[in-house]
Ligand binder design. Structure first.
Ligand code: NDP
Length: 389
């Protein structure tokens, strides 16, 4: 029986992962399920899936979780260190679906024990790509991409010679504001930005899709995971979200991955890899769909895309700063402290102000990444404070 854990079990990717596991329940022994603050949802999942341990990230919620799990035989734990400890338990496969930089350390610990890491948490590779890839290599561990674009690239590359890859094109739906005039964006509200036209996802990634910060993270993730030169990575707006990525080869061929906008596709691919098994996703009727459309991604409209290129050119600790500043700016937007278009300004200013400390040799260790992460959060807060004065 495969020993598996789901980090971020109470979220959107966690739910899709557990939906697939539920359909083949006897094939898996669940080691750990983790959540952030949603004790009710975590306890419900723990009572259904009976993991060895359930962990809630917020240490203040220990008593609530213990009470909710009383008598069912599942160990209840809390706090960041308990999540990291859960990742050190013997395991074959782990879903990394915590949102934000908090997902980095549990993923690293799972890799250190040679587990297969199904990586939805894109912040992991953005903040610490060289460290994460080296940890996987040194421990004979496997990382399988779960972001739909990266899963698509991974599948298009299967059996191909990496030297024949000319370019990688990742698609973007354009998010909630793809048809808004640019001048209206400054007044976009949190409610506006939280409505994705095609995908059902957590609120943070949905807003990041509207600002294209999500795509910016994915461009950096593509570079780190596949080792593709930044100049060969392109972004293409594709409003239907059916073509997830394309790989261009030296003979001019483009291999596209086409599928419904359903995360269970990429999750199922990672769960069953190297096999391909039946998945409960819609089968596309291309005749009914009729046509697919594509548009250039305008970097003037979406400054996050330009910032991603600058971060890749800078290297060193720029990814960790970019990610943390973006998380803070997103918090600031959700809290009503800054406007939608201000998020990019906050991130760009934090990157500029911390340029001197980001210029470090790679790969950075976990501690160095976390120091940069904290400095970037403080800097982004300082920039937002200045906005408010
Ligand atoms: P959700 O917001 O739906 O879920 C996030 C999960 O992380 C929840 O379980 C949440 O717990 C938990 N969490 C939040 N903060 C912490 C913390 N500090 N420590 C530990 N756990 C925490 O996010 P998604 O499922 O949408 O996304 C998860 C990750 O996957 C993100 O990195 C996202 O970018 C990526 N991703 C998501 C896709 C999607 O379709 N949703 C597609 C591709 C990638 P709780 O809710 O209990 O507070």
């Amino acid at each position: 029986m495969r020993r598996i854990s789901v980090f971020g079990a109470t979220g959107s990717v966690g739910a899709s992962t557990l939906d697939l596991i539920r359909r083949d329940r006897d094939a898996y022994h669940i080691v750990a399920l983790t959540g952030g603050r949603n004790v009710d949802a975590l306890a419900k999942l723990a009572r259904e899936f009976m993991p060895e341990i359930a962990v809630v990230a917020d240490a203040d919620l220990q008593d609530d979780l213990s009470t909710a799990l009383d008598g069912c035989g599942v160990e209840a734990a809390s706090g960041r260190s308990a999540i990291v400890e859960a990742a050190t338990r013997p395991i074959d496969w782990v879903m990394s679906a915590i949102v934000g930089a908090a997902g980095l350390e549990p993923g690293l610990r799972a890799l250190e024990q040679g587990a297969t890491l199904a990586l939805a948490n894109k912040e992991t590779l953005v903040a610490a790509g060289p460290l994460v890839m080296a940890t996987a290599r040194d421990n004979g561990a496997t990382i399988l991409p779960v972001d739909s674009e990266h899963s698509a690239v991974f599948q298009a590359l299967r059996g191909e010679d990496p030297a024949s890859v000319e370019r990688v094109i990742i698609t973007a739906s354009g998010g909630a504001f793809r048809d808004w005039p640019a001048e209206k964006l400054a007044n976009a509200t949190v409610a506006d930005a939280s409505k994705h036209p095609n995908w059902e996802m957590g609120q943070r990634i949905t807003i990041d899709s509207a600002s294209m910060f999500n795509k910016a993270l994915e461009v950096i993730e593509t570079r780190e995971f596949f080792g593709i030169d930044p100049g060969r990575i392109e972004v293409l707006v594709h409003p239907e979200s059916l073509v997830h990525a394309l790989v261009g080869f030296s003979d001019g061929a483009l291999m596209a991955h086409v599928g419904p906008p359903d995360m269970r596709h990429a999750i199922g691919h990672a769960l069953h890899w190297p096999d391909r098994r039946a998945l409960p996703v819609e089968r596309l009727d291309l005749a009914a769909i009729g046509s697919l459309s594509f548009r250039a991604a305008d970097e003037a409209r979406w400054p996050a895309l330009r910032l991603a290129r600058e971060v890749m050119a800078a290297g060193g600790g720029a990814g960790a700063i970019f990610n943390a500043a973006k998380e803070q700016a997103l918090d600031g937007f959700i809290a009503g402290r800054i406007g939608f278009a201000d998020m990019a300004t906050v991130v760009e200013t934090a990157l500029e102000n911390l340029h001197s400390i980001s210029d470090t040799a790679s790969p950075l260790g976990l501690e160095a990444v976390m120091v940069l992460d904290q400095r970037a959060r403080q800097e982004a807060q300082r920039v937002m404070d200045a906005f408010e004065q």
